[in-house]
Design a protein around this ligand. Structure first.
Ligand code: FAD
Length: 535
């Protein structure tokens, strides 16, 4: 029986301490922290893990330099602290990167003043990164010739962090951690109704894959539905102090615009920060910031043109980028927490990105509003505090629930990899040695990959052209990563679909073989399902 089927059975059979609904970053850290500390936890998501907002971010773990303009010093302080904590906990994934910023002449703030802001930001960040450096327009031009400096007054370089793989893979780390600590997690299970009676929640859920309905029982429910949190609360009759407003943001992915591995930063025509972020062999450009009423959004031609027009104005590209150069798109809404019924709605652009956690004491439930990927460790800690206040025993209260394995475990892995000359088996098309990639993606499970390659060296062979995945990795993913649909693998566990065009993926030699490893007898059905979604 596979992991998902086994967890579906457990969901039906047990009564849980906590049911977490929604497996974006907030649900994932809630489940991981509570499970590690000894609570009996169930986690469900109606789609794939980390598949909604948490798969459509800018992939930055950052202190939010732009919030300084709104004088949100406390938020920036908290985000910088969280970023530093993530850097220490995930040294192979959360990496420092330089932001190369150009300020146009006549911009609302003098360029040297922005440099002073970056200096303050660096100090708030406890000088944990390399310091900012002021750049004249001439230096900008020399160091990054692709930047159009015709209108540049000056600029600066400062540091923040990015997620090396992608946001959804980052979320999956916490899902995997939760599973390791005994959490019963399943994707493609929707909460359709919830009722609090006789001291426990009885939630009606639907297995979206089979269509089967059943009940899950738990003492406390955590609503981590992101943009759909208000819907779940309304359905369950839960009252909260906060609610969500939505700001839509898109990114376009195109061929790499510069070989320098740094983020290019500008102020777009609407005056807001705009990034060109390295994404493997490509560049990810964005984002937009538009208020919408409905969280179900898609990229429009107007969005595409806004991004492309800005890039073409800010860079010297010959020829300029056009719609047909776009390889992949990302789109989501930022769920922004506001006080229910407050007047903040009028000034929504300046709304805080801070998360809020509301508790309904009468029907023990916890709702998470707003927030950032960067702040995820704090959310996990706060949830543990609130859940124990609700009377749930956490016998292992001090257990650390996040972070890569110890440096000595990494050293041992690298030593074994070196002795078997693993890196010599790296395919020439790969961007990094196998040992680094294996460790970053799989942590301690990477030892299993070494064993498979010792048994059979062909396991180190790449399966899909242009995708950095060896056969043994796909076998491991099939066992450990609850991949239900081909898109789960191509877009979220990996970033293949973000850097290779869908039509090229479909015709890539090796895709069928990958489907066979991932889905066994269902390989053809899952391949056809994906092909249909691409048409
Ligand atoms: C354009 C953009 C750029 C961003 N950039 C950054 C950045 O660079 N750095 C950063 O730190 N943050 C960034 N953010 C913010 C960050 O992405 C979000 O705050 C975060 O992902 C929200 O996570 P979440 O878990 O609350 O929601 P989500 O990730 O949306 O998860 C909610 C989950 O609930 C599930 N769900 C909903 N209803 C049900 C139901 N009835 N039953 C079961 N499951 C249900 C959904 O399927 C979904 O998976 C960005 C956001 C956007 C939109």
């Amino acid at each position: 029986m596979d992991l998902r089927s086994s967890n579906l059975n457990l969901l039906r059979d047990q009564e849980f301490d906590v049911l977490v609904v929604g497996a974006g970053i907030n649900g994932a850290v809630s489940a991981a922290s509570l499970a590690a500390r000894g609570a009996r936890v169930a986690l469900i998501d109606r789609a794939d893990f980390g598949g909604l907002t948490s798969a459509n971010s800018s992939n930055l773990a950052w202190g939010g330099i732009k919030y300084l303009e709104n004088y949100e010093f406390l938020l920036v302080n908290q985000l910088c602290r969280s970023r530093n904590q993530l850097m220490r906990a995930y040294p192979s994934t959360v990496r420092e990167i330089r932001f190369f910023t150009t300020i146009a002449r006549g911009f609302r703030v003098w360029s040297f003043f922005i440099y002073l802001g970056a200096l303050l930001y660096w100090l708030i960040g406890r000088c944990n990164t390399r310091p900012p450096v002021y750049k004249t327009a001439r230096v900008l031009e020399q160091q990054e010739p692709v930047v159009n400096t015709e209108q540049a007054a000056g600029g600066l370089e400062y540091s923040d962090c990015y997620l090396h793989d992608n946001d959804a893979r980052f979320v999956f780390r916490f899902i995997r951690k939760a599973l390791d600590y005994g959490c019963v997690a399943t994707n493609y299970v929707e909460c359709v109704a919830s009722d609090y009676q006789q001291d426990s929640w009885c939630c009606r859920v639907r297995d979206v894959i089979s269509g089967e309905d059943f009940s899950v029982r738990a003492r406390v429910m955590i609503n981590a539905c992101g943009p759909y949190a208000d819907n779940l609360n309304q359905q369950a009759g839960i009252t909260t102090r906060h609610q969500h407003l939505f700001s839509k943001g898109i990114h376009l992915i195109v061929d790499r615009v510069t070989d320098n591995k740094r983020v290019l930063t500008f102020f777009a025509s609407d005056g807001r920060l705009f990034f060109l972020i390295p994404m493997g062999p490509k560049t990810c450009i964005g984002t937009t910031d538009n208020q919408v009423q409905d969280p179900a959004v898609g990229v429009t031609d107007e969005d595409r043109d806004f991004v492309l027009d800005n890039v073409n104005a800010l860079l010297d590209l010959d020829p300029p980028l056009k719609r047909s150069d776009v390889i992949a798109e990302r789109c989501g809404v930022r769920p922004l927490a506001v006080r229910r019924g407050s007047s903040e709605r009028a000034d929504w652009v300046k709304l805080s990105r801070k998360h809020e956690i509301d508790v309904d004491e009468d029907q023990p439930s916890i709702s998470i509003f707003g927030g950032k990927l960067t702040d995820c460790l704090n959310v996990g800690e706060e949830i543990c505090d609130i859940v124990s206040e609700q009377g749930i025993d956490l016998p292992h209260r001090d257990k650390r629930w996040y972070g890569e394995p110890s440096a000595s475990t990494r050293k041992e892995f690298m030593h074994q990899a070196m002795l078997m000359e693993l890196d010599n088996m790296t395919d020439p098309s790969s961007s990094e040695p196998l040992s680094e990639r294996f460790w970053r993606r799989y942590e301690s499970s990477a030892f299993e990959l070494l064993e498979r390659i010792r048994e059979d060296r062909s396991q180190a062979r790449l399966v899909i052209e242009n995708a950095e995945y060896t056969r043994c990795e796909i076998e491991l993913a099939a066992r450990q990563e609850m991949i239900v649909k081909l898109e789960d693998f191509l877009r979220r566990r990996s970033k293949i679909e973000l850097v290779v065009r869908r039509q090229d993926i479909l015709h890539a030699p090796g895709l069928r073989e990958a489907c066979e490893i991932l889905f066994g007898d269902d390989a053809d059905m899952r391949y056809q399902e994906y092909a249909y979604s691409c048409s």
